[in-house]
Design a protein. Structure first.
Length: 225
């Protein structure tokens, strides 16, 4: 379609307005872009075929474990978590170049709000690409589900911090204060206890979260340079 439009403009323009060299350059550019699109489609088809080869095997393993698919309920089973870790470890993205993974993401999200969001924020897209290509980031993160005892301990800590936050407001906030003052101080208290909660969570699960967090921090610093 783009090529026909260019050809129409050249044919309907005044003599000399569209030089032969210009036409050749434009045609070459169109052909180059078309070639890139074809290559992207080939790469996506290759990834899909590799994934489909693994799907029957994964589905069969899940059924042997007593589950039909990966759900919140099935992920409570340590055997299913280990299977998911094995999948991520053998992810085809780890063997692909950055440009191929980026093209795959954009092609998959084409026409959606996600595509617009990623195109407007290329550093976010680069961060996602690196997370997918990294051999440890996602594989390690999902491993924290295996630490059920520690997760229960953290849940108790989180609940305790929420109660302390509420008690702090009840004890130290004066009912005679204006709504704006109560709102601002309330936000400060909430942010303080939330920061404590997140810091505690990260320290407890440092080994599982650090690979992915380090990538996110690296791209966040680049964003603010």
């Amino acid at each position: 379609m783009r090529f026909l439009l260019i050809l129409f403009i050249c044919l309907t323009s005044l003599p000399g307005l569209c030089q032969e060299d210009d036409v050749d350059a434009i045609v070459n550019e169109v052909e180059s872009e078309r070639g890139k699109q074809v290559q992207t489609a080939v790469n996506i088809d290759k990834i899909n075929k590799e994934a489909m080869k693994r799907v029957p095997n994964i589905s069969e393993k899940l059924k042997k474990l007593g589950h039909e698919s990966f759900t919140a309920a099935s992920m409570m089973d340590e055997r299913v978590i280990q299977l998911a870790k094995d999948m991520l470890k053998d992810s085809p993205f780890t063997k692909m170049s950055e440009s191929k993974v980026k093209n795959f993401i954009l092609e998959r999200s084409r026409g959606s709000l996600l595509e617009h969001f990623l195109l407007e924020r290329p550093k976010v897209l680069n961060c996602i690409v690196e997370l997918l290509r990294d051999e440890k980031a996602l594989n390690s993160a999902i491993g924290l589900l295996l630490r059920k005892t520690d997760l229960k301990i953290y849940a108790g800590i989180w609940l305790g911090l929420m109660i302390l936050s509420w008690l702090f407001k009840q004890i130290f906030f004066n009912k005679k204060w204006s709504r704006s003052k109560v709102f601002m101080l309330g936000m400060i208290v909430n942010l303080t206890f939330t920061s404590i909660s997140l810091t505690t969570f990260y320290n407890m699960f440092h080994d599982e979260l650090s690979p992915g967090v380090s990538i996110i921090i690296k791209h966040w610093r680049k964003r603010n340079l």
